[in-house]
Design a protein around this ligand. Sequence first.
Ligand code: OAA
Length: 166
Amino acid sequence: MSSQPTTFATTDVSDAHPDGQVCDPVFQIFGGVVAFSGSIATLKVFEDNTLVKQAVEGPGEGRVLVVDGGGSTRCGLVGGNLAVSAATNGWAGIVVNGCIRDADELAAQPLGVRALAAMPRKSRRGLHSGQAGIPVVFAGAVFRDGEWLCADRDGIVVLPEAPAPG
Ligand SMILES: O=C([O-])CC(=O)C(=O)O
């Protein structure tokens, strides 16, 4: 990636956009990048990370992959290999309503990651159970494909579109 992404403070974004969505503070910070933002790409899955793998192996174009894993804490939907793919393919970050694994490997990647927790058990593959691009609802927010998300140490804010620079 040649251009440096603009960084935003979620507090400033929230102050400037009082109608914006602010996620409930249920996420832990993983990944080697704490503050990230980008256009949202959604996935809805349940204990099967086939679609997550497929998404991160495609072009990220600075987007944030928002994975509604149904809040399951029984397995990790994103691990070290998927994090490497996501970072390599230009994803800015991944937000998981569920768990990750390989936390140390995620911390070594230039990628933002939020998830409910870390969990060693792997997920399944190939159940053909997920959906891409549909609105997903968790942490008190609705995440829609093409809307905009920013995250930092304070939390996660979602707006219909990226704020004007400056
Ligand atoms: O492959 C998986 O299912 C998740 C994982 O452990 C990785 O990404 O390395």
